[in-house]
Design a protein. Structure first.
Lengths: 323, 353
């Protein structure tokens, strides 16, 4: 009985082999039919690999072409011109123009202004973003508007504000003169003006970030017994570090490149109150093209470096999010 | 450690989150704060934790007043709905955080911290994920890490804010059974907030039902489910049918249609509550104790069969019956049947619906 049963199942299985072959043949049939259809109208059977929002090739090439042309004409060409003009009379002349005492003083002053403005900005920016992002208080929207003020007003006006405040004819001028404190037409004025125009960078970068992250991690740290400082340095700061760095980079670039506000308060005293942008203008007005472009090339290099570091930070923070 | 909250009141602008709430939680119990959103349950939990401060009232741990202590001083373990893990720290660092931030005198030695974190990792069954970052974990794993992190500081009480709220149904079920087991092992006084009655009834030793900033009832799952103190508790803890009814000479009448000859008397007009499984469908009338209904919809997928019907006076009625009973009856849609209430609930002082 058992043997018969086994044979029965074996016998059942054997017809399945021909049926497989039959299916294969059928597959071939459907395939050939499909190719026939494809030949007649290839577009209907090809899978659409492009997104639904994409335009046709002509429009795409035209738009891309315009963008590339514009970039080349208005950005790449001037940038190369800066370096070409700076090196027009050879590398030695280029280096000499930078080592000239007034140029060197301008470079140092620019670095000093940035070195003062950036830390001031970091402290203020983090404090403001923390307060705005984590708490609700009266006058919050006013504070946000005030932070944006330096972006809204012309830098020349920003400079004038300081002249009106600290200048000889200004409100605090006589008192400052009596105590022999010089702010306008001196280094402190330049630093103050730089701080003013770079005010929003770090705060603007951090406010949306801190708002998005909410309070829970800080609350968790608190219930685990961490002090306020500890919570800030070990929980809050690591979470905002990429945004903070990004803000610092942008702030630094603006601090070094600022012209308008600094120009008003500087007084243009060579070797003493000239920053790099101001120095470039003076040289250019005196038809000293090679030295002017040499200093300008330094600023341009700095801009390129800034962009590179910015991209690096964006890439790193994206990786952080992905992990 | 026992928790005592006395006369807690908290307002957010014009909204009254908690209104003179008194609650005592005995040492070692696992208590659920159950209520709909806006009932004040999370606010009460945060006030116990010291993350929020009451406008008035006192919080005591083991009898000592801690109302003015900060969250830092209270030594509570707090677990957040969205985990709130430190995203830039590994699982290990997250759990060790509470020990590492202690002042130097109270901080355990490095190898002691490591030993304790490893112990907790094995407790949450995540030993081999110690060096992962929170973003690399699933929701259930993250919540277990959050729990381990809270337990690492050996808190006096454990407070959990909707701990399973952000998880999908299956993980939630597993994790709440696991929490129950964990509590049976370590017996730490625990309070968790939930809006899921099933979760509260299954996990907790004691359920605190809250509504509109007040406590409606405190009791064991059996007590609050079977002996609800208020209509709200009855309605919140399960599906329910509401009928207009009357009480007359100790008898409850559903709607006037049941006994038309007595409809003139409206003295005992009441809302009558009946759970869907206390309604029985019959083909034959059951003396006076029944009403007529027409079946409108049948859902037989699941352990019980859910029937939607319309009563003879036109209101919808939800009925639940067992699969066996459903098979015996062979019900079809639009069929007229008799419905017999086997148990009803009427509350004193509750006006008619």
């Amino acid at each position: 009985m058992n043997e018969q049963g086994n044979r029965g199942t074996l016998g059942d299985r054997s017809p399945s082999a021909p049926s497989d072959e039959f299916e294969l043949v059928q597959d071939e049939n459907t395939l050939s039919m499909a190719t026939a259809v494809t030949l007649r109208n290839p577009a209907t059977l090809l899978p659409r690999t492009v997104a639904a929002t994409t335009e046709g090739p002509l429009v795409r090439r035209l738009l891309t072409g315009i963008a590339v042309l514009f970039l080349g004409l208005f950005l790449l060409l001037p940038l190369t011109m800066v370096f070409a003009s700076a090196l027009a009379k050879g590398f030695t002349v280029y280096v000499e123009s930078l080592r000239e005492p007034d140029a060197w003083a301008a470079i140092r002053l620019t670095l000093l202004a940035a070195a003062m403005a950036v830390p001031a900005n970091v402290v203020f920016g983090v404090a403001a973003a923390w307060a705005i992002g984590k708490f609700d208080f009266f006058g919050k929207s006013l504070l946000i508007t005030l932070i944006d003020l330096p972006f809204a007003v012309s830098p020349v006006v920003s400079g004038l504000i300081y002249v009106l405040l600290f200048g000889l004819q200004g409100i605090l001028g006589p008192w400052l003169a009596a105590h022999d404190i010089k702010i306008i037409f001196a280094v402190p004025g330049i630093v103050l003006a730089t701080i003013f125009v770079t005010f929003p960078f770090v705060a603007r970068e951090l406010i949306p970030l801190i708002q998005a992250q909410g309070n829970e991690e800080e609350e968790a740290a608190l219930t685990l017994g961490a002090s306020g400082w500890r919570t800030f340095f070990h929980v809050t700061l690591p979470n905002i570090k990429w945004g903070l760095l990004y803000g610092v980079i942008l702030c630094n670039a603006r601090a070094m490149g600022e012209f308008g506000a600094v120009s008003v308060v500087s007084g243009h005293i060579r070797g003493r109150t000239n920053t790099m942008p101001l120095h470039i203008e003076i040289l250019y007005n005196e038809y000293q093209f090679v030295p002017a472009f040499a200093v300008a090339s330094l600023l341009a290099l700095l801009a390129l470096l800034t962009l590179f570091v910015k991209s690096l930070i964006e890439w790193r923070s994206k990786q952080q999010v992905a992990s | 450690m026992s928790i005592e909250a006395v006369g807690i009141t908290k307002r957010f602008g014009a909204f009254s989150a908690l209104d003179n709430v008194d609650l005592t939680i005995p040492s070692g119990e696992l208590v659920a704060l159950l209520g709909p959103s806006g009932s004040g349950k999370t606010t009460l939990l945060r006030i116990i934790a010291g993350l929020e401060f009451a406008d008035s009232g006192t919080v005591r741990f083991d009898g000592s007043d801690i109302t003015d202590q900060s969250a830092r001083e209270r030594r509570v373990g707090f677990v957040f709905q969205h985990y709130a893990l430190f995203r830039h720290m590994t699982v290990f660092e997250n759990i060790a955080f509470g020990l590492r931030v202690r002042p130097r005198k109270l901080r355990p030695a490095k190898n002691e911290i490591e030993r304790r974190v490893k112990g907790l990792l094995s407790l949450i069954q995540l030993e081999n994920l110690a060096h992962r970052y929170p973003a690399q974990l699933s929701g259930g794993q993250r919540q277990r890490v959050a729990l381990a992190r809270a337990l690492a500081v050996e808190p006096s009480v454990l407070l959990l804010d909707e701990p399973f709220g952000a998880l999908d149904a299956k993980v939630r079920l597993e994790l709440r059974r696991w929490l129950r087991q964990l509590h049976d092992e370590i017996h730490i006084t625990s309070v968790f907030v939930t809006h899921d009655q099933e979760e509260a009834l299954e996990v907790a030793d004691r359920v605190v039902v809250m509504n509109q900033g007040q406590i409606e009832q405190v009791g064991s799952p059996d007590e609050v489910y079977n002996y609800p103190a208020t209509p709200f508790v009855y309605r919140f803890l399960g599906n329910v049918n509401l009928f207009h009814g009357r009480i007359d000479e100790g008898q409850t009448y559903l709607h006037d249609a049941v006994s038309p000859e007595r409809a003139t008397s409206h003295i005992g007009s009441k809302t009558v509550y009946v759970r869907p499984h206390w309604l029985e469908i019959r083909r034959q009338p059951d003396h006076e104790n029944h009403f007529r209904a027409t079946i409108k919809h049948i859902n037989s997928a699941g352990p019980v069969v859910k029937v939607e019907a319309v009563s003879e006076w036109g209101s919808p009625v939800h009925i639940e019956l067992s699969q066996d009973r459903f098979r015996d009856l062979q019900l079809t849609r639009n069929e007229a049947v008799f419905v017999t209430p086997k148990e009803v609930k009427v509350f004193d002082g509750d006006p008619a619906a």
